[in-house]
Ligand binder design. Structure first.
Ligand code: SAM
Length: 280
C-alpha cells in the first residue's frame, strides 16, 4: 500500500485550476487524505477489486482508493472542469483509471467492469437517492457489485437504516433492507468538507442479500410502499385503497391489522403485501 502518491496536494490542484465548488453539482470536496483513506479502508477489502466511484471531483477519494490498493477505478464525473485533473491521476496510475465524463444517472456501468467490483462514493446529494434506488433495482439480483459504501446526508442515512416504528422509517428503509444488509459506519463533520455543507454526512454500507425464491418483485414492493407511506398518517385499510379494491381482505391475508399505519409494518409484512399485489 502506498503512503502517498506523487501528485500535488488537493488544495493546490483546486487553486491552480481556479476551481470553485458549484452548488448545482452538489460539490463539497474532501481534501484530507487521512479522511478519504479512512473511507476507502472502511469499505473493506478493495485490494484487487475494481472500484466504481461516482463524482470524483478533484480526485481526493480516487487517489485514496489507489493508495489503499484498488486494482482498477472507474469514475463518472459530470463537471467537465475536472477532466484535466482526472487525466493527471490516470497518468500516475497507467491503465488503472477509467474516466467517464457524464451524468452518472445516464451512464451504464456494468460494461466497464472486469472482475470483482464495489461501489464507493461521496455522492452528490442532489442525485444520491436516485442513484441508490437505481442500484437497488439492478436485475438480476444479487447484482454485479459485491458491496456499496456511500456517503449521504445524515438524515437520509437515518432513513436508510430505520426500523419499523421509528420516525425515519419509510419507503427507502423498506427497499434498501429488502435487497441489502445496511449499516451506518461513521459520521463526517461538515467542517471536513470544502466548502462545508449545512448538514452532517454519514457513511453507509450496503451488502447485497441473497433473496429467497419466493421474494416479491422489487417493483411490487415499490408500489405497495408508495401507497402506504404517501399517506402515512392514514390507516392501511384506507391508504391501500389506491392499489387494492378490497384492502380489508388483502390485509387479512397478509396478517396485518387493518387499523395499523404504514410505519408499523415490517419488511416481511410489506413483502407479503407485494406478493398479493403480484397475484391480484
Ligand atoms: N468525491 C469528491 C470528494 O469526495 O471530494 C467530490 C464529491 S462532491 C460531494 C460530488 C461530485 O459529484 C462533484 O464532483 C460533482 O461535480 C459530481 N456530480 C454531481 N452530479 C453528478 C452526476 N449526475 N453524475 C456524476 N457526477 C456528478
Amino acid at each position: 500500500m502506498a503512503d502517498a502518491d506523487t501528485l500535488p496536494p488537493l488544495r493546490d490542484v483546486i487553486a491552480d485550476l481556479g476551481l470553485s465548488a458549484k452548488k448545482s453539482f452538489g460539490q463539497n470536496f474532501l481534501l484530507d487524505f487521512n479522511l478519504t483513506r479512512r473511507i476507502a479502508r472502511a469499505s473493506g477489502k478493495i485490494d484487487g477489486y475494481t472500484v466504481i466511484e461516482i463524482g470524483p471531483g478533484p480526485g481526493g477519494l480516487t487517489r485514496a482508493l489507489f493508495m489503499e490498493g484498488a486494482e482498477q477505478v472507474v469514475v463518472v464525473e459530470s463537471d467537465p472542469r475536472f477532466e484535466p485533473v482526472l487525466s493527471a491521476i490516470s497518468d500516475t496510475y497507467p491503465g488503472r483509471l477509467q474516466v467517464l465524463m457524464g451524468d452518472a444517472l445516464k451512464t451504464p456501468l456494468q460494461s466497464h467492469i472486469d472482475g470483482r467490483c464495489v461501489i464507493i462514493a461521496n455522492l452528490p446529494y442532489n442525485v444520491a437517492t436516485a442513484l441508490l434506488i437505481n442500484w437497488l433495482k439492478t436485475e438480476p439480483w444479487p447484482p454485479w457489485f459485491e458491496r456499496m459504501t456511500l456517503m449521504f446526508q445524515k438524515e437520509v442515512a437515518a432513513r436508510i437504516v430505520a426500523e419499523p416504528g421509528q420516525k425515519a422509517y419509510g419507503r427507502l428503509s423498506v427497499l434498501c433492507n429488502f435487497r441489502c444488509h445496511t449499516e451506518t459506519l461513521f459520521d463526517i463533520n461538515p467542517k471536513a468538507f470544502t466548502p462545508p455543507p449545512k448538514v452532517t454526512s454519514t457513511l453507509v454500507e450496503f451488502i447485497p442479500k441473497t433473496l429467497p425464491p419466493d421474494a416479491p418483485e422489487i417493483g411490487a414492493l415499490e408500489t405497495v410502499t408508495r401507497a402506504a407511506f404517501s399517506q402515512r398518517r392514514k390507516m392501511l385499510r384506507s391508504s391501500l385503497k389506491t392499489i387494492f379494491p378490497q384492502p380489508l381482505d388483502i390485509l387479512k391475508l397478509a396478517e396485518i391489522e387493518p387499523d395499523w399505519r404504514a410505519e408499523q409494518v415490517d419488511l416481511a409484512g410489506y413483502c407479503r403485501l407485494a406478493l398479493l399485489l403480484d397475484n391480484k
